[in-house]
Design a protein around this ligand. Structure first.
Ligand code: NAD
Length: 271
C-alpha cells in the first residue's frame, strides 16, 4: 500500500486562487490528485484555472464566498454531483486588513474594531463554515480530512497584527475541537489538522517585510530572520511535504495537531 497515494483523492482548496492555496493546488495536481479550487471572484477562479489546466485536466473551480453558507452549500451539491465525494478540504482562504494591524506610530487603542471583526470573520468563520458544509459530506462516507491554516501569530504575540493573531489562535482551538468531536462521534476516518506556516512572503505581508522602494528587508523582516534558526524566509513549496502527509494515509493516526513549518522560529526563544 502506498501511504502517500493521492491519485484517487478529490481535494478541495478554498482560496485556491491565492498564493499558498494556488501553489498547493499545483503540487497536488502534479502528483495525481483531483483538485477543486474555490475563490470568491470570477476572474480569480478563471485565471487560476488557466494556469492549473496546463498541469493536469483533473482540475475544476467554482466561485464561492466562504462566508456564505448558501454559496458553500450550492457548491457542495455541484461537487458531489460531479465528483461523488470530497476526500480533503484545505481551508486556505484567509487574510488581513490594514485597520486590524497596529501602524508603526499607533498603539492598540487605534485599532479599527470593524476591521478586526472582518479579519476574525474571514479567518475563523471562513474556515468553520466550509468545515461544516463539506464535513457533512465526509461524514456520510465516514472518511475525510480537513486541513486549516494557522500561523506563527497564534501561539505568541507577533507585534502589530492583533486581529489576525486572535483569528489564528481561534483556528488552533477549532482544529483541536473539531478533530475531537469528529473522531469521537463519527470515528477515526475523520481527521482535522492544521499547518502553521512561518514567514513566507505573500500578498498580505509583503509590505511589512520588504521595503517597496529599495527591495531590502524592513526592520521587521530583519528581526524575523534573526529569530529564525534557519536564517531565511520560507519558500511556498516547502509547505507541500507536510500538506501531502496530512492529506494521505501516511498521517492516518494524526488528528488535532498544528504543525509549524517555520525554519525553527517557534522553537527558538530568541536568545
Ligand atoms: P492570498 O491573499 O494570496 O490568498 C487568499 C485567497 O483567499 C485569495 O485568492 C482570496 O481571493 C481568497 N479569499 C478571500 N476572501 C475570500 C472569501 N470570502 N471567499 C473565498 N475566497 C476568499 O493569501 P495567502 O498568503 O495565500 O494565505 C493563505 C492562508 O495562509 C491565509 O489563511 C493566511 O492567513 C495563511 N498564512 C499565510 C502566510 C504567508 O506568509 N503567506 C503565513 C501564515 C499563514
Amino acid at each position: 500500500m502506498n501511504l502517500f497515494e493521492l491519485e484517487n483523492k478529490v481535494i478541495l482548496i478554498t482560496g485556491g486562487g491565492g498564493v499558498l492555496g494556488g501553489q498547493m493546488a499545483k503540487y497536488l495536481l502534479s502528483n495525481g490528485a483531483t483538485v477543486i479550487i474555490l475563490d470568491y471572484k470570477d476572474d480569480i477562479v478563471n485565471s487560476a484555472l488557466d494556469s492549473l489546466n496546463k498541469i493536469s485536466k483533473k482540475v475544476d473551480g467554482f466561485v464561492c464566498n466562504v462566508l456564505e453558507e448558501k454559496s458553500l452549500q450550492e457548491v457542495s451539491d455541484k461537487i458531489i454531483k460531479k465528483f461523488n465525494k470530497i476526500d480533503v478540504l484545505i481551508n486556505a482562504a484567509g487574510g488581513n486588513m490594514p485597520g486590524a494591524t497596529i501602524g508603526v506610530d499607533q498603539t492598540i487603542f487605534d485599532v479599527n474594531i470593524e476591521h478586526f471583526k472582518k479579519v476574525v470573520d474571514l479567518n475563523l468563520f471562513g474556515s468553520i463554515l466550509p468545515a461544516l458544509v463539506f464535513g457533512k459530506e465526509m461524514v456520510k462516507n465516514n472518511k475525510g480530512v480537513i486541513i486549516n491554516i494557522s500561523s506563527m501569530t497564534a501561539q505568541s504575540a507577533v507585534t502589530r497584527v492583533v486581529g489576525y493573531s486572535a483569528s489564528k489562535a481561534a483556528i488552533d482551538n477549532f482544529t483541536k475541537w473539531l478533530s475531537t468531536e469528529l473522531a469521537l462521534k463519527f470515528g477515526e476516518g475523520l481527521r482535522v489538522n492544521a499547518i502553521a506556516p512561518g514567514f513566507f512572503i505573500g500578498n498580505q505581508n509583503r509590505d511589512l517585510l520588504i521595503n517597496k522602494e529599495t527591495g531590502a528587508y524592513t526592520d521587521r523582516g530583519n528581526t524575523i530572520i534573526q529569530n529564525t534558526p534557519m536564517k531565511r524566509f520560507g519558500e511556498e513549496e516547502e509547505l507541500n511535504g507536510t500538506i501531502h502527509f496530512l492529506c494521505t494515509e501516511a498521517s492516518k493516526f494524526v488528528t488535532g495537531v498544528v504543525i509549524p513549518i517555520d525554519g525553527g522560529f517557534s522553537a527558538f526563544s530568541g536568545v
